[in-house]
Every structure is written in structure tokens, then in C-alpha cells.
Design a binder for this molecule. Structure first.
Ligand SMILES: [Zn+2]
Length: 508
């Protein structure tokens, strides 16, 4: 039997969530680029708007939008020119190139990330285990090389060599605009910037659909704060959550894989989560993924990164990961305490003083920064994987109602008499009310239900002969397949209530 992963990739392409870019007509196009189809676009939009509601609006984040292309100096300052590379190994026979850590992990079935090991150790693992080239089977390998993951380019007619790059993270756009935005917003620390944006990484071996791509989307927040007073504001904000249980895979539990549950209060008072600001944001993101995006708690954990795995800018770092049977643990959110690494780099390279003055006027300092960064595409992919259900030949996506790309299917029972006309009227009413409805009158009613189930549509409205008599319709629940009869006048309200809650259809 095929795994859920393969079924989701097939369904996503066939029904229009996502598929590989350009491959339909240019088969040899590079991998790692994806098209979002009509349903995928909607799902992504919904995810972004939930993030805007829960994070940007509720947490007072100043959202900005900065260009995809930035001067190369920015990445000199940020350390990406020097540090942002993967280690590559080349087959001596067929010249295929591989990311060495992934080659080893896959060949030896290692679940842990070994990216951080020294070059000599990585090379030893390849040679001692007699690893063969996945392409040609040879076991003759060249030396390890560093491969920078940035796409660089020459901007302008005068440029003779690369003077700019596609950003590999949205962070730098925010950091270099921190000073300006802080002034425009008449800011006070702690001060949060946020950004929705595309980023670009020249991955050596993109794979696993939306998991490792060369162009993808991030939802990032950067919270700038006074390093001498990290409890300012957040000391109070974290208080209501001190009993909330955070789930960690601590560095000392790597071997066993045991997850430690700690209350936010314990995590904070033991010093594990450093300060109240970081503790608060760890709580907010775990709650957002669990309570708003519907990921079960037992499938979530914060994995503490160790030296060698952490990014070059990061002092402490946890990946919020999700578990699926097919893919194991996969990172969804990068949570990094970047200190003043970025601002001081830009201050050094630009020569501009980026420090700010304390409210008392007695200190000039660079704020520290903490950053949770969501990989949007991975979240979408996991939402669909975790929603996938099948029973005999019935397949349905049990998507969270707030993420469903189509909210209500509207059908006339038959394409006869006044049924289609009445169904179209209802469809248009629902659309007017801001509901993402979909009208369908082709094929049997059973098939139409199946088509809606397969893309995760939570509700279907059917107009039948009784509708013509008493102005009621049936409402059908995707998950239970139960139906209730509802009057036209209360239809919109009930649908909205259903979509915005976990209430059962019968309890409406
Ligand atoms: Zn080879």
C-alpha cells in the first residue's frame, strides 16, 4: 500500500492544491519549485490570514513588506555570504553532486540530523560505510566542498559582477528597516516587526514536495527588546500562561527521544527558556499550531538545537516540529534567539549607528532580537497529510474547518425543474455573505459529495423537491456524513457558526 505521503502528492496535483512547476511542458525543469493551484492558493491565504489575526493583530506586530532582491552587502553583514552553505560531495564517476549529510542519513537510515558534524567525520562516515552513488552506484568520492545556497545576481546594466541576491530569509529585510519602522511607528521596546514573504535557497537536492523547496514562503516575526530588561512588558504578558505545558525534546534526550513536558513557569524559572519574552512566544506558537491550526499536541515538540546544528546567528534555538508516520519529525517553525547579531553586523558593514537610546536617556545600545519563523508550505503540506482519511473507496480530508479551501458545496439534487435555479440563488447568497461556496450540478449527488469530501469541504447544501415546498435544504457534514434539514432564513448563520467552531451539526 502506498503511504499517505504519496497519496497526498497525487491528490494535491489532481485536484489542484499544488504541483511541480513547469514540468507539464518542460520535463527537465529544475526541481524544488511549486505551483499552487486554485485550492492551494485559498488554503495558503487562509493560513496567512489566521496568522495575521492571531499573531500580527493580537500581538501588536508591525507588518512590513520588503523586496525579494537585496544588495549583496546585506548578506555580507548578515553572515550569509560566509556561513550559509551546505556540504557537498561529488561522485568521481558520474559527477553527480549530493548534500553529504542527507546522503549519509538516507543511506544509513539515521533519523537524527547530522548536518553539524565536522567535515572529517562526515567523510569518514561515507567511506567507512562504503556508501555508493545513488545515481551510478560508484563508491569513489571526491573531497567535501562548501556550496553557498544564495542565488546571486547582477542588478543594473553597469554591474559586471553579482551585486545583489535573492533573499534566503525575510529577516534581513526587516532588520535593515528596523530603525526606520521604529521611528515611523513611534516605537518603544519591546517592538515587533513581521513579514510575509518569499525566500530563495539554491538547495542541492530539493525533495519531498513542499518540504524542501528552492523558493518558498515564510511568516516571520522579529521581536526587538532591551537585553538588560527582557521581562519588560513580557513579565506581565507571560503570567496567564505559566501553567501551560510546553513540549520539548531537550538536548540531553536526543538519544531516547523522550519529550519533556514543562509548564511555561518551570521552563522560565529553571532558566531553560532564558527569559519571559522567549517563554511567552514559545507558548503563543505552540498554542497557535495546536488550537488554531489544529495540530494535535502529541504530534508537536520543540526540538532544542545543539552546536553545529544551530544557524550561525543563533544563541538558543528550538525547532517547532510536527510528527507524521510517513515523514517523521519535520521542522515547521524556526525559533531563534539571534541576540544583536544582525543589527551589529549591519552597523559594522554600513557604518551607520543603529543603536537606540533608553527611555531614561542614559544608555545607547543595540536591541536584541528573537525570531519565530514559519515555513508556510510545510505547514500546508502537513495539514493535508494529517487530514487524509480513507474508508473503502471514500477518501476525505478532515481539514480544520477554518482552513478548508471550499467551505460549502451547493447542489441541486437533480438538474430539473426549478432545482438548479434555487441552488444558484443560495450559492450567490452565501458568496455575498463572504462564504467560500462552490456550485456543482454535474453527475450524481453521491459523486458530488465525494468530490467535495476529497478536497476537505466541511459542509454541503442540497436543494431538493422539499425545498420548493417549504424552503428548507439539507446540510451534510463531511466527517459524519450526517444530514440535517435547515430553513433558508437560518442557513447562513448556521453555516458560519459551524465553520467558526467545533460544534456538531446536530447541536447547531
Ligand atoms: Zn555517480
Amino acid at each position: 500500500m502506498r503511504g499517505v505521503y504519496d497519496k497526498v502528492v497525487e491528490l494535491a496535483s489532481r485536484r489542484g492544491f499544488f504541483w511541480p512547476s513547469a514540468k507539464e511542458i518542460y520535463a527537465d525543469s529544475p526541481a524544488g519549485f511549486y505551483v499552487y493551484g486554485p485550492l492551494g492558493v485559498r488554503m495558503k491565504e487562509k493560513l496567512i490570514s489566521l496568522w495575521r489575526r492571531e499573531i500580527v493583530l493580537k500581538e501588536g506586530v508591525n507588518e512590513i513588506e520588503t523586496p525579494n532582491i537585496l544588495p549583496i552587502k546585506v548578506f555580507e553583514a548578515s553572515g550569509h555570504l560566509e556561513h550559509f552553505f551546505d556540504k557537498l560531495i561529488e561522485c568521481k564517476r558520474c559527477y553527480s553532486k549530493f548534500r553529504v549529510d542527507k546522503l549519509i542519513e538516507e543511506a544509513l537510515g539515521i533519523e537524527e540530523n547530522i548536518e553539524g558534524l565536522p567535515d572529517t567525520e562526515l567523510l569518514r562516515l561515507v567511506l567507512d560505510n562504503g556508501l555508493r552513488c545513488p545515481n551510478c552506484g560508484s563508491s569513489e568520492w571526491g573531497e567535501l566542498r562548501n556550496f553557498n545556497l544564495m542565488f546571486t545576481m547582477a542588478v543594473g546594466a553597469e554591474a559586471e559582477k553579482p551585486n545583489a541576491a535573492l533573499r534566503p530569509e525575510t529577516t534581513q529585510g526587516s532588520v535593515i528597516e528596523f530603525r526606520k519602522t521604529f521611528m515611523v511607528a513611534r516605537g518603544k521596546l519591546p517592538f515587533a516587526l513581521g513579514q510575509v514573504g518569499r525566500v530563495f535557497r539554491n538547495e542541492i537536492s530539493p525533495r519531498r514536495a513542499l518540504i524542501r523547496m528552492r523558493e518558498f514562503q515564510q511568516l516571520e516575526v522579529q521581536i526587538f527588546f532591551d537585553p538588560e530588561d527582557p521581562d519588560d512588558v513580557y513579565g506581565e504578558k507571560v503570567k496567564p500562561y505559566l501553567d501551560y505545558r510546553l513540549r520539548f525534546l531537550r538536548r540531553e534526550d536526543r538519544e531516547s527521544g523522550n519529550i519533556s513536558e514543562m509548564t511555561a513557569g518551570e521552563a522560565l524559572s529553571s532558566g531553560y527558556t532564558v527569559n519571559s519574552l522567549i517563554t511567552y512566544w514559545l507558548v503563543i506558537y505552540q498554542k497557535f499550531f495546536n488550537e488554531v491550526l489544529g495540530f494535535p499536541l502529541e504530534r508537536l515538540r520543540y526540538r532544542e538545537l545543539i552546536e553545529g546544528e544551530k544557524a550561525h546567528y543563533s544563541l538558543v534555538h528550538w525547532d517547532l516540529e510536527v510528527y507524521t508516520e510517513d515523514l517523521g519529525w519535520v521542522e515547521l517553525v524556526n525559533n531563534a534567539y539571534r541576540t544583536d547579531y544582525d543589527l551589529s553586523g549591519h552597523m559594522r558593514v554600513s557604518g551607520v549607528d543603529l543603536r537606540i537610546t533608553s527611555p531614561e536617556g542614559d544608555r545607547r545600545f543595540l536591541p536584541h532580537m528573537y525570531e519565530p519563523s514559519i515555513g508556510v508550505d510545510r505547514v500546508i503540506f502537513h495539514e493535508i497529510m494529517l487530514a487524509y482519511r480513507e474508508d473503502g473507496d471514500r477518501v476525505w480530508l478532515q481539514l480544520p474547518r477554518n482552513l478548508a479551501p471550499i467551505e460549502v458545496g451547493v447542489f441541486p439534487l437533480l438538474k430539473r425543474d426549478d432545482l438548479p435555479k434555487r441552488a444558484r440563488e443560495i450559492y450567490l447568497d452565501l458568496v455575498e455573505e463572504g462564504i467560500l461556496a462552490f456550485y456543482d450540478d454535474s453527475g450524481t449527488i453521491g459523486r458530488r459529495y465525494r468530490r467535495m469530501d476529497e478536497v476537505g469541504t466541511p459542509l454541503c447544501v442540497t436543494v431538493d423537491y422539499q425545498t420548493l415546498e417549504d424552503d428548507t435544504v439539507t446540510l451534510r457534514d463531511r466527517d459524519t456524513m450526517r444530514q440535517v434539514r435547515v430553513g433558508r432564513e437560518e442557513l447562513t448563520d448556521k453555516i458560519k457558526k459551524f465553520l467558526n467552531s467545533d460544534i456538531n451539526l446536530e447541536d447547531l
